[in-house]
Write a protein that binds this ligand. Structure first.
Ligand SMILES: *Cc1c(COP(=O)(O)O)cnc(C)c1O
Length: 227
């Protein structure tokens, strides 16, 4: 199926999930995750109307950024080594994987004076050993500590659910992330407006939307998979 048709299909599913949960489809932003595909295919997504692209590797992300440019928002969604921040920071608008103070410190150090990096704090809601992210009970204190870094803006929380067949079973995890987001938002910290929820991938974005996602990260069912 063409990328254009995939985009239409995903938009239709978003509308249905919004209807079920009384939400406005305009409040859900699609990040096309292009880590599996070429620059050409990523560009097809942009032509089909996609406004946000997500990458989890720096070299590939920079290649696409160079080719496609700044008319879309660039999201870094993978594990980020501190020593690599310097290379990528000029190209990306959002980092979805902030999960430690040492990384925050490096981002702060590398950002240009007066500018802010929009960050999502990654939370390991389900406690899987293999996943990175802050434990749920440490989220608030972690975000409070980020206050000392002038260039960090915590726009929201992000999680990655495990792959399961029964996606309904993920609902509690998404609910939990939303609760945590509300807790942080209620603090009204200037450095952490925390209004966004980055959750939901190809397998589970409909449930994530029903539970409050504002950014969904969709790869395979949007742009497919190439080598
Ligand atoms: C790969 C990836 C996605 C997209 O995965 P699909 O299942 O192909 O939609 C979303 N988020 C993160 C963090 C990823 O690494």
């Amino acid at each position: 199926m063409s990328v254009k048709q995939n985009v239409k299909n995903v938009q239709a599913s978003i509308s249905e999930a919004c209807q079920r949960s009384n939400r406005n489809p305009e409040d859900i932003k699609i990040i096309a995750v292009t880590k599996y595909v070429s620059i050409e295919t990523a560009n097809e997504a942009v032509i089909a109307g996609i406004k946000h692209l997500g990458e989890n590797r720096i070299e590939e992300g920079l290649d696409k950024w160079n080719a496609i440019g700044d008319n879309v928002g660039w999201h870094f969604i993978g594990n980020l080594q501190s020593k690599k921040v310097k290379k990528m920071i000029h190209a990306f608008d959002y980092i979805h994987s902030l999960d430690r103070l040492s990384l925050a410190k490096e981002i702060d150090h590398r950002m240009r004076e007066g500018r802010k990096m929009k960050c999502f704090v990654q939370v390991n809601v389900t406690g899987e050993e293999s996943k990175s992210g802050i434990a749920p009970n440490e989220v608030t204190s972690f975000i409070e500590e980020l206050k000392k870094f002038d260039s960090i803006e915590v726009v929201g929380l992000m999680t990655m659910a495990p792959y399961v067949e029964d996606t309904e079973s993920l609902r509690p995890a998404f609910k939990k992330l939303r609760q945590l987001k509300e807790e942080v938002k209620e603090k009204k910290w200037l450095h952490a407006p925390c209004q966004e929820l980055s959750m939901g991938m190809s397998n589970d974005y409909e449930i994530a939307i029903e539970e409050g996602a504002t950014f969904i990260r969709v790869g395979s069912s949007l742009v497919g998979k190439e080598n």
